[in-house]
Design a protein around this ligand. Structure first.
Ligand SMILES: [Zn+2]
Ligand SMILES: [Zn+2]
Length: 336
């Protein structure tokens, strides 16, 4: 008898215990907790690939060791996943840390617990900024198209080499093509600015660019402002957080905010690894007198608006893949 070895004692989960009527499958977590489950529910709520589901039920020796399905996940994770197998209120993933959500999402995909998939995807999207790489890899592994595209947008701002070191080699070329689309978006903005490089002063029509049909892209930019705005765009391009990039653009569109706080001088708004604010202030000082008085180039709201629109219009990452990532469509065809 193992009087002293508490570690070898079988711990049965409080909720998923052997006293629940009809339980006919025993699973054990990696930390040794035993769960008693119903095969019928696993068949109903998953695609039937759960390990041990089709093993014959050995009635004569219900406690036989060989009948226990050993799983790789911790009991904390399985407890959440198994709740999705029963017609009761689904567990909330709110307030859980990323590591737990990520492990639950992995288990849910691995065991094909359909009822939990969308909830997990939703929970993961709360971490897109800080965990874009893990979420991107998860999405690729389990063919979650929306999640792959959402995380790719955040990941696109990260240093290229760190991304290439982490993504599957087969994704390298599609990733470079996707980044090229981002680069073209910035290049196009710079090119449009070059076409606007004018003579002496910034065209004051630009002030009304959002309201005046003749203004906007056709107004001229003075040389100092041209240099300032192009530096600003190259700085935006180097920001490694999408939220910083968008915050800088949004702040430049809002004229009331612009008059008080220049686009870069928003205290505490930047979380990028590099501090851009002092560089931004120096860029600001390069504006022509009129625009300096307005604390921002008069053409800026229009440029920032277009850039935000163009970011939204960028082709999604999965459109650069050779194969169709959407596994659901393939399954649907097979069923025909
Ligand atoms: Zn100017
Ligand atoms: Zn200007």
């Amino acid at each position: 008898m193992d009087m002293d070895g508490s570690s070898s004692a079988v711990v049965i989960h409080k909720q998923f215990n052997a006293n629940v009527p009809g339980v006919d499958l025993v699973a054990q977590s990696s930390d040794g907790v035993v769960f008693h489950l119903h095969r019928k529910n696993l068949e109903l709520y998953t695609d039937g690939a759960f390990p041990g589901l089709h093993n014959s039920v050995n009635r004569s020796s219900s406690r036989a060791e060989s009948q226990i399905v050993r799983l790789d996940e911790l009991s904390l994770i399985l407890e959440i996943v198994f709740q999705f197998l029963y017609p009761r209120r689904q567990p909330s993933l709110k307030g859980l840390d990323f590591q737990t959500i990520s492990a639950v999402a992995d288990a849910v995909e691995k065991y094909r617990v359909f009822s939990a998939m969308n909830l997990c995807e939703e929970a993961l999207t709360g971490y897109l900024e800080d965990q874009s790489m893990s979420i991107f890899l998860h999405a690729l592994r389990y063919r979650r198209v929306n999640l792959a595209n959402q995380s790719a947008v955040y990941l696109s701002r990260k240093p290229l080499l760190s991304v290439l070191d982490s993504i599957p080699p087969a994704i390298t070329i599609p990733w470079l093509r996707y980044l090229e689309a981002w680069k073209s978006m910035f290049d196009l903005q710079l090119q449009k600015l070059e076409e606007r490089l004018g003579t002496q002063f910034c065209d004051t029509l630009a002030v009304f660019s959002r309201f005046h049909p003749l203004a906007g892209e056709h107004s001229e930019l003075c040389s100092p402002c041209f240099c300032s705005v192009t530096s600003w765009i190259s700085l935006l391009q180097r920001m490694d957080k999408l939220s910083d990039l968008k915050a800088a653009l949004i702040a430049s569109i809002e004229p009331t905010r612009l008059s008080r706080t220049y686009m870069f001088n928003i205290p505490g708004s930047f979380s990028s690894s590099r501090d851009f604010s002092s560089l931004a202030l120096r860029i600001q000082k390069g504006l022509c007198p009129d625009c300096l008085k307005a604390k921002g180039c008069l053409a800026l709201p229009d440029i920032a608006t277009r850039m935000l629109q163009n970011i939204e219009k960028l082709p999604p990452f999965t459109s650069f893949l050779n194969e169709d990532l959407d596994g659901e469509a393939v399954n649907a065809n097979e069923e025909d």
